[in-house]
Design a binder for this molecule. Structure first.
Ligand SMILES: [Zn+2]
Length: 162
């Protein structure tokens, strides 16, 4: 298992938040799993924790036939939201916008980049789509809010490349 920590912006002075990716296995095939973009939905995180243990066992036994990337806490910003003793976690507090809505439209710009280059080789197509997706994400403006940070640096980015 490889743990990859991605620092997030907008931490308070003296604090730091990270998105942690736990990567199991090796190969060209890849699966990405995340839990609790709505950070108040705890069953997903609990399930991901169990899955983390199982994936470690399977990796040790050499039974994984590809890469599985697991993000048990997809929204550490939301996980940290408490108001008068109640956990929040569904809405970015600055804007009131839902963490799990209004994603950046990536399909059209990715399709435009790819054009007619898809062929009969599924692996080559996957690589081409991942490359184009990364290129589109790299072209997005810098995040200007915690909401953007979670969506652009987190869930949209993982699973694309190494
Ligand atoms: Zn939800």
């Amino acid at each position: 298992m490889q743990r990859i920590d991605h620092p997030l912006p907008w931490s308070h002075l003296g604090t730091e938040r990270t998105l942690s990716v736990f990567r199991y296995g090796a190969g060209t095939r890849k699966v990405y799993i995340q839990a609790s973009l709505h950070a108040d939905e705890l069953p997903g995180m609990r399930t991901a924790w169990e899955l983390k243990q199982r994936l470690a066992e399977l990796e040790t036994q050499g039974q994984l036939q590809g890469i599985i990337e697991l993000v048990p806490v997809a929204n550490p910003i939301g996980l940290d939201q408490h108001l008068q003793g109640s956990h929040m976690g569904r809405f970015e507090l600055g804007s009131g916008k839902n963490f799990n809505r209004s994603f950046v439209e990536l399909g059209a710009p990715v399709a435009e980049l790819i054009g007619d280059r898809l062929g009969n080789d599924a692996c080559a197509n996957t690589a081409l789509i991942r490359q184009a997706m990364g290129q589109v994400l790299d072209g997005l403006p810098a995040p200007v809010s915690q909401l953007d940070a979670i969506k652009w640096r987190g869930v949209s980015r993982f699973g694309l490349g190494d």
